[in-house]
Write a protein that binds this ligand. Structure first.
Ligand code: F6R
Length: 240
């Protein structure tokens, strides 16, 4: 797999952000897959600054986020929906009705998975997907497992993920379950922009790029995708 190493997260954000902005300039009704967490923030900042400068409009796009926690209200401050509104959606001209999320409180997660897959295909499939990586190699919330997953599903989060994401929960305990797009759905995106920064990701990045393709490192499946752009900082690339 090819990858590019940058000095800083800000430089990666500018480079990754440019790819998203160019996709939207070429296809104003693009369907975009977004991720949450610390990694995409510099990319989102770049997209916001291009919007503020009048260089791009997002009013035609449709968005699909990768995942959402179960058992917390959609508008709780630690939900992924709230994260996206705070860090991107409220700062650009995306139409609220074009924002799509998996419902972490759906009573029937299989029906919810079908609803999401239908919405994605109605939008014409995801044109470009942002991906970060967990310390354990997860993408979305596809945790290390015995087999690759397909469409969206409800997942029990691992201790590693709970430890990493607990910092986002101050008033309530972090949920133990989430609903996530599966590996099959992620792999259908036409284009993937993958970003990893920081030393805590170095082992997962090494396993993803140099290791065998295995559900024990879910990100390794990206070796089989034809259009992945990988941006790393020096720390994340330190074991390559
Ligand atoms: C969240 C998601 C996760 C994160 C990963 C890294 O929507 O898809 O796979 O990308 O947990 O999180 P950060 O960027 O906070 O290190």
């Amino acid at each position: 797999m090819q990858y590019v190493i940058y000095e800083s997260a800000k430089e990666i954000g500018d480079a990754a952000g440019k790819i998203f902005v160019n996709v939207v300039k070429q296809k104003s009704d693009a369907a975009i897959g977004f991720a949450t967490g610390a990694t995409p923030l510099p990319t989102y900042s770049y997209m916001i600054s291009e919007y503020e400068k009048g260089n791009v409009s997002f009013k035609g796009i449709t968005t699909f986020n990768l995942d959402e926690y179960c058992d917390i209200p959609k508008d709780h401050k630690s939900s992924f929906y709230a994260f996206m509104v705070d860090n991107l959606f409220s700062k650009i001209d995306v139409k609220p009705e074009n924002i799509n999320f998996l419902d972490g409180n759906a009573s029937n997660s299989e029906a919810e998975s079908r609803r999401y897959a239908d919405a994605i295909s109605k939008a014409g499939g995801i044109d470009i997907q942002f991906l970060g990586i967990g310390r354990n190699g997860h993408i979305g919330f596809n945790e290390p497992a015995e087999a690759f997953t397909d469409e969206s599903f409800k997942v029990k989060l691992t201790d590693s993920t709970i430890e990493a994401n607990s910092v986002y929960f101050s008033d309530i305990a972090m949920p133990r379950y989430a609903i996530t797009m599966g590996i099959g759905s992620i792999m259908k995106a036409r284009k993937i922009v993958f970003v990893a920064t920081g030393e805590s990701k170095a082992e997962a990045v090494r396993d993803m790029i140099k290791g065998e393709v295995t559900p024990k490192c879910p990100a390794s499946v990206l070796q089989r995708h034809g259009d992945v752009t990988i941006f790393l900082d020096k720390a994340a690339a330190s074991l390559l």
